[in-house]
Design a protein around this ligand. Structure first.
Ligand code: ZN
Ligand code: ZN
Length: 600
């Protein structure tokens, strides 16, 4: 923007408020703001035209110039009796700034001159800005206080304010409070529904989000227009389906998006790609991606699709799509991580290295983790170790676990010991680390060391991360924990496991007991493996669905070697496609093979 006319300040005294007002949109630099401030002072409009002043404060507080917001606060403090609009302008600026908590201090009057200076009255807008700040800093206690204040000020009937309150509770993790606010609102609009849906979907309650969505969709035709679902509703519902891998629900939401006429909205498409991918249907995810016109595709569309290809083991395709990204879309951290993971899952070491070295954003710990994993699995242990040492920040637990895993895979005792020492220093105390180290020793027949590791585990009271799996049958999610007998049909499930065992032994199955601690007997080891949660989920799927139907399972940890072998054999023996999403990726088992080519 060109500088303001140099006469602006000089003629300020004679400038009519309308003329000054017309200059407002052109203010851009700090010196513009200062000139304008001076004009307001010199002309006397600062006090005679409070609405012009508030609009100037608004502009100043939201400016991207780092000195503008402090200047707005300074101006506010200099006013002998600031109005609510003046306060709100600065509150809004602070709430959107890198230090949102400062808006709460201002609301409490702590940034204003001490009494007897009069304090501006608070209104619904003031509280709404403060609630946005508590949401941004996840300050649950402050949200509760603002809730009380809001009732005291008598503004609890304001739908938009109550929606902001609900949203703030949801973002601070107070899902129960968010629901309570929702239930108590006599009037709602679609934003209210969307705030609760998004909160539940991204929080710990995706199941509840889906129930709420069905309630909304079920009463769709009878809803008042202000409550009619829109594309934001669809995106939130799809995110819930993705979280729990509920494909049937996801298909239903997609159908509903068509009813609403928002299925071509690019945000909906991006959410669909993510949902289909996480629910195990790569082909549907790709179909949605290629249905978006090239010029409409966004970075998120590419990220979701590259992630989908990579999670499903199509590393080369992920890499190709990455290379084909249009020049007007700049890849970000998420893109790079997705393409590196794709290379990792597909064992494309040199390609991964090339992408990593050409990154146009600084690599973070996850990018390093992936490249270290890639090098380590390929047996390039020295390079993997050097990469860790070259990082501009210290290696974390996950990185050392990655190196430990690589050392185990390639039987490198020295590196395994080093990694285990670092893990102990960092306070990691999980059973998996000890099992890996113990397996390295066992592979070299160093039994005394194996015993030593076991003793350390005993004396350190090692933490076990419980494994669990989900499967969706007829729209209902069933959860299984390793070895549990909680499911109402557990007897049938265990009988099915016996049947599985005998049918896959005919195909040459022998339990891979390496994944179990050395200090239990061979028979117990086999027993422990038999009842891994993903096996329970698959067995249940076999008895609860018609022959030939695809089974989908979600597992919270990485799938173990034995479950991987068993799933392959079940896919052959029972003629079923089995899709398992574990912590790291997808495995699609069909006719005795897995899409990951045993590389995970
Ligand atoms: Zn297992
Ligand atoms: Zn696999």
């Amino acid at each position: 923007m060109p500088p303001l006319p140099s006469t602006a300040a000089a003629t300020a005294a004679a400038t009519a408020p309308q003329q000054l007002e017309s200059l407002l949109p052109r203010l851009a630099t700090l010196s513009h703001y200062k000139q304008f401030h001076a004009s307001l002072l010199a002309s006397g409009h600062l006090h005679s035209h409070p609405s012009l002043r508030a609009r100037f404060l608004d502009r100043l507080a939201l400016s991207s110039h780092p000195a503008a917001l402090p200047h707005a606060l300074l101006l506010l403090r200099s006013l002998p009796s600031p109005a609510t609009n003046d306060l709100n302008a600065v509150l809004r600026g602070l709430a959107a700034s890198p230090h949102p908590a400062r808006s709460l201090l201002l609301l409490a009057g702590r940034l204003l001159p001490a009494p007897p200076q009069p304090r501006p009255r608070l209104d619904a807008l003031s509280l709404s800005f403060a609630l946005k700040a508590t949401a941004r800093c996840s300050d649950a206690a402050a949200t509760v206080q603002l809730h009380a204040l809001l009732i005291r000020l008598g503004v609890a009937a304001d739908v938009r304010l109550m929606t902001t309150l609900l949203d703030s509770y949801a973002k601070c993790g107070g899902l129960a409070s968010a629901r309570k606010v929702f239930d108590e609102m006599s009037v709602r609009d679609v934003a209210t529904w969307n705030a609760l849906l998004a909160g539940l979907a991204q929080g710990t309650e995706p199941n509840l989000a889906l129930r709420l969505f069905h309630r909304l969709a079920g009463s769709f035709r009878g809803l008042p227009p202000r409550e009619e679902p829109n594309e934001v509703t669809i995106v939130a519902a799809l995110s819930a389906c993705a979280q729990i891998g509920a494909l049937q629900d996801g298909l239903g939401v997609h159908e509903f998006a068509r009813t609403l006429g928002v299925e071509d909205n690019v945000r909906v498409c991006n959410a669909l790609i993510d949902m289909y991918s996480k629910c195990g249907s790569l082909s549907r995810a790709l179909e949605v991606f290629y249905s978006i016109k090239l010029e409409d595709r966004t970075l998120v569309s590419y990220n979701a699709t590259i992630q989908a290809l990579s999670m499903h083991g199509h590393g080369a395709d992920a890499l190709r799509l990455f290379d084909e990204m249009p020049t007007w879309i700049e890849p970000d951290e998420v893109t790079y991580l997705a393409v590196l993971c794709g290379c990792n899952h597909a064992g494309l070491v040199d390609d991964g290295h090339r992408v990593f070295n050409a990154m146009r954003v600084p690599p973070n710990v996850k990018h390093y983790g992936t490249i270290v994993d890639l090098l380590g699995r390929a047996g390039r242990l020295a390079e993997a170790y050097d990469t860790v040492m070259s990082m501009p920040f210290p290696a974390d637990i996950v990185l050392w676990q990655t190196l430990l895993g690589a050392a185990k895979m390639h039987g490198d005792v020295e590196l395994a010991e080093l990694a285990a020492t670092k893990l102990a220093e960092l306070g990691s105390n999980v059973d998996g680390d000890y099992v890996l180290l113990s397996n390295v020793y066992a592979s070299k027949s160093r039994w005394a060391d194996v015993d030593r590791v076991r003793d350390t585990m005993r004396s350190n009271d090692v933490r076990k991360v419980p494994g669990f799996s989900y499967t969706e049958i007829d729209g209902v999610m069933h959860k299984f924990i390793n070895g549990d007998k909680e499911h109402p049909r557990w007897r049938e499930i265990y009988r099915a496991l016996d049947d599985i065992r005998s049918r896959i032994s005919e195909l040459g199955y022998e339990p891979e007991t390496n994944n179990v601690l050395h200090d239990i007997g061979e028979e117990e080891k086999q027993y422990a493996l038999c009842y891994h949660s993903e096996k329970l989920a698959i067995a249940f799927g076999l008895i609860a669905t018609p022959p030939g139907e695809t089974l989908r399972v979600i597992k919270n940890l990485r799938i173990c070697g034995d479950c991987h072998v068993v799933a392959k054999l079940i896919s052959k023996a029972y003629g079923r496609v089995i899709i398992i999403r574990d912590r790291a990726r997808f495995h699609r088992f069909e006719d005795g093979q897995c899409s990951c080519s045993d590389y995970w």
